[in-house]
Ligand binder design. Structure first.
Ligand code: SF4
Length: 199
């Protein structure tokens, strides 16, 4: 990433970066943020880790990731992070963000290597997640598949706790796979993602 970015900067190219917020990135934030400022990145998007295993320190990780994103926004003030920008757009344009990812609302399906279809990448190894085979799958009637009924309702308007939340309009809900692994239930309000979204 470092060398390619320097080459692009030296050629006066405008470029963006997608950065996964690992502990190595968060723990070296001074260094990383001063480097990002120096290379004059024009567009940035941060990906928080989504835990697909039981991890007791999720709160600590999400609080540190949130702090990192906010600090980045202060330091790289001409380069608003993409998820923050999308939430600002929702508020400025007076829209409502219904879904936080493409699987929610059934806006995607995933084709497995064996031609079976499931709803999201996180469970493509799980045979129970199979909806159909691509050769039989009826895309025109996708909403009629019983296995997808749960996901088409997956937005925070259907969660009592979210109805009281200030972030409701610009949220879209968290990650149901992470919610299932961390909290035992595929809830619309993934309490880990809520930390970032509310901030
Ligand atoms: S931030 Fe959390 S509680 Fe608030 S609307 Fe989003 S998912 Fe619901």
């Amino acid at each position: 990433m470092l060398q390619e970015s320097i080459k692009l900067k030296n050629k006066n190219c405008k470029f963006g970066l997608s950065i996964t917020l690992t502990d190595q990135i968060i723990n070296n934030q001074e260094l990383i943020l001063s480097w990002l400022k120096e290379i004059n990145v024009k567009n940035i998007s941060y990906n928080s880790l989504h835990f697909t295993w039981k991890y007791d320190k999720w709160r600590d990780y999400y609080e540190r990731a949130t702090e990192f994103i906010c600090k980045s926004n202060d330091i790289l003030n001409e380069c608003v992070e993409s998820s923050i920008q999308s939430k600002i757009n929702v508020i400025v344009n007076k829209n409502f963000k219904y879904f936080g990812c493409l699987a929610a609302g059934v806006n995607q399906v995933v084709d497995k290597p064996n031609a079976d279809i499931c709803i999201y990448h996180g469970e493509f190894k799980n045979d129970d997640s199979t909806i159909d085979n691509i050769y039989n799958f009826d895309f025109n009637n996708i909403m009629n598949y019983e296995k997808l009924h749960y996901y088409r309702e997956f937005n925070p308007l259907n969660e009592t706790e979210c109805l009281k939340c200030d972030a409701l309009f610009s949220c879209g809900g968290g990650c149901f796979l992470q919610s299932k692994k961390l909290f035992g239930i595929a809830s619309k309000n993934d309490k880990a993602m809520c930390i970032i979204i509310k901030k």
